[in-house]
Write a protein that binds this ligand. Sequence first.
Ligand code: ADP
Length: 589
Amino acid sequence: MKDLVTAFRSLRLLIKKYPWIILTQAIDIIAGVAVTVIPIRIVSDIAGVYETGGKFSDILPAVFLYLFILFAIGIIVLINNFAQNYINRNFKVEVATMLYRKLDSVDYEFHENPQFLNNYTRALEYGPEYIYASAIYQLTLIKVIAQSLSVFVVIFSIHYLTVVYAVATGVVYFFIKHRVSKINFRFRGEIQPLYRKNYYYNRVFFLKDSAADLKMTNVGDLMIENHRSLGREQVAVYKKYAARSSFLDFIGALAIDLIYPIVLGIVVYFTLSSITLSSFLGLTVAATKLSNLISVFVNHLANLESHVIEAAVSFEVLAMTSRIEGRGGFPVLEVRDIVVENATFGYDEGADILRGVSLEIKKGEKIAIVGANGSGKTTLVKLLLRLYDVKGGAIKINGDNYLDVDTTSLRTKIGAVFQNPEVYSLTVGENVLLRKAETEEDRDLVIEALKFSGLYDDVKNLEEGIDTLVTREFHRKGQIFSGGQIQKLAIARGYAQNYEVLILDEPSSSLDPLAETALYENMLKLGRNRTLVFISHRLSSTVNCDRIYLLSDGKIAEAGSHEELMANNGLYRRMFEAQTEKYLGDEDV
Ligand code: ADP
């Protein structure tokens, strides 16, 4: 039943996107019946002439007419195939796009769920093809049924046993195919996680990021070893399923191959003495067609089933509902304040990472969140962006609970630059804007953003300025940026998005001291229209902030201005002094 629903969903989707697929299929059906019936007629007509002592030339015009019809049908089918190919290509692109968009719109936590990722990669790999096939097999089944009926009529009149036998074999064959497709479905379920691992190992070997480690260390050997053991796992999965499905396939093929001789045997046995040679010859052609059609019909039916169960995985992925994304809510028009009230959060079922965190960010403030590694700073940022929802307490924006606001509009107002930004194979300008720089204002904005982050001096010296292509993924002369430059590029990106609240997670970890000082000066100079939250280890950068929150073990241990926290004589002061001593110590050397 579920399979039927999936089959109809596939068909509905295809017809909705390309209604004229029905026309192409109707043409296919008519052409299919004609090419089935005409050869039977040609053979019996020719034999009939010899039987009645006539001359071949008597039926020549009829034969030519048949051939001409077949030729015309051939041309029509050719054009029809072309149209179907066009639909096929475009439809698959559309399904793939639907899947991409889905990934774009599911909750962030789905990206960390291996089960979802297995299903998603599986859907992306097979979905477009299988949904199309599920739809098209239903339409071609109608064609094969129409063709079969035309042959049945011819053959049934000779002896019903032939049809009964052929149909019975078809049923047996279908059940064999049914088993095979169930086996293959389970096989794909077990092999997909292994394919995903395989893809991971491939990526490690072709990504530039890992190239240096691969050359300098033994991590490559470790990966190769893991890859080999993955190979062994894959072979085990193949072994588990391949023998069974090949054996069943063999039996099925044998049953189908036997249809023709047995049907012919029945025809000979029951009819040879009673019918004319011409009818007999026509019947032999009909028997051949029948065995072919039964095999095609059952194969189509079995293929439909195996494609449908795989297409169901894609529909399942497409139907996944998110708790956060795309749920609507109040649009966020501006950010006057964000208040975190007693927020508690833990990933999945794990222990709480944040425990009763409360803090406040007001329009125009420059806020720092500091704390040791693993104390929960990035987690807090993810909550502020509503990539996750708090488990206890609340986050409020202008007094409205985050749970009631529209996430998309929230993220046009609040944005973040994370530590390991992606550098895209686009121009510098596009990397900053994350869209095309179409107007002069766009180009000015790119320059302003690059100046803010301190990258402009480097970019203006490049031959093509902000139009320079970045990365050598596809261009031999692509610009390669250093770690610090990439960080500046990401900061420029955050600046150019015009967020009201810009969160910078460790914005200066790869910057040299001069660049770092310049960046913090620029940040503090930003007007009161821009709220800035930065996560930092460098406590020197926090001195001029409006407020500092010190996270320790998932709790706000200290909060206040630099002077207040120093006067507090607590962890902040110890961390600050430890860092200053380190610098002074370095100077002594
Ligand atoms: P910080 O930014 O202060 O270094 P994080 O917020 O990144 O700390 O991490 C806090 C804790 O949460 C760490 O113990 C980390 O292992 C855990 N953690 C971070 N991300 C995830 C995740 N996606 N799933 C499970 N645990 C996570």
